[in-house]
Design a protein around this ligand. Structure first.
Ligand SMILES: Nc1ncnc2c1ncn2[C@@H]1O[C@H](COP(=O)(O)OP(=O)(O)OP(=O)(O)O)[C@@H](O)[C@H]1O
Ligand SMILES: [Mg+2]
Length: 225
């Protein structure tokens, strides 16, 4: 699905990491951990082609990302659901519309997806917030909405950046269950998190791999988690 080979990235003169190799295969569930500032968000941005690497190659759905034109990139992105760490929404648009936006952009029949939308919003605990405007939501509610928006298209790959950073433990488990179910349906999941308890919980349910970004390299974490 997404493969990074020998990837390096710098912001200006400051080298963040190098020689990153990562293969997100169909049906894989990977966690991405590491200290704040290590580059987790940057690595996810490389995976969804918001950033281009300084070194190495990124293959996306079997194609070299560097050879893709804008249309190809837009098509590839439709197969990737992203939960951004900062959860941006269109503030004047009701929440349900925001969550449906990826369907609209892709030209899909969103009327046919109303049941799906309702179920998804109920699952993430936002069943009564369809008409709310994003600025009226709490941080945790925004995160839950961002996850709903990321999965509404039923993407092949889900990249989630700290999707449970602002929610309580019960809701974290609920969001994890959603991701585990999607993973069991064959979706690939890459989830950046600091929450070791969440990782332990996931590992009891799926054969998740834990990657740690630290000191400019990506390593597979041991089984001590
Ligand atoms: N647009 C940018 N320009 C310059 N430096 C940046 C930019 N974005 C991030 N950085 C720097 O790159 C480093 C890695 O940032 P990144 O957001 O990828 O880390 P992170 O591992 O996701 O951290 P956190 O756990 O706090 O979310 C940080 O030192 C950050 O200040
Ligand atoms: Mg981050």
């Amino acid at each position: 699905m997404i493969e990074l080979s020998g990837v390096g990235y710098s912001y200006g003169d400051s080298r963040l990491f190098g020689d990153i190799t990562l293969s997100l295969a169909p049906g894989a569930f990977h966690f991405l951990t590491g200290p704040s500032g290590a580059g987790k968000t940057t690595l996810l941005k490389l995976c969804y082609l918001e950033l281009a690497p300084d070194e190495g190659q990124i293959d996306i759905f079997g194609k070299d990302a560097a050879a893709l034109n804008r249309d190809d990139i837009a098509k590839a992105r439709q197969r990737i659901g992203v939960v951004h760490q900062d959860c941006q929404f269109i503030d004047h648009m009701p929440l349900a519309e925001n969550i449906m936006l990826p369907l609209r952009v892709a030209g899909r029949d969103h009327a046919a997806e109303q049941n799906n939308l309702r179920d998804l919003m109920a699952w993430v605990g936002l069943g009564d917030k369809a008409d709310a405007l994003p600025p009226e939501l709490s941080g945790g509610e925004r995160q839950r909405a961002a996850l709903a928006r990321a999965v509404i298209m039923s993407p092949d790959v889900i990249l989630a950046d700290e999707p449970t950073g602002n929610v309580d433990w019960d809701m974290s488990l609920r969001l994890l269950t959603l991701l585990v179910e999607l993973n069991r349906m064959g979706k690939s999941v890459l989830l950046a998190t600091h929450d070791l308890a969440l990782i332990r919980q996931a590992k009891a349910q799926v054969p998740a791999r834990v990657l740690r970004l630290r000191d400019r390299v990506l390593q597979q974490a041991g089984s001590d988690l």
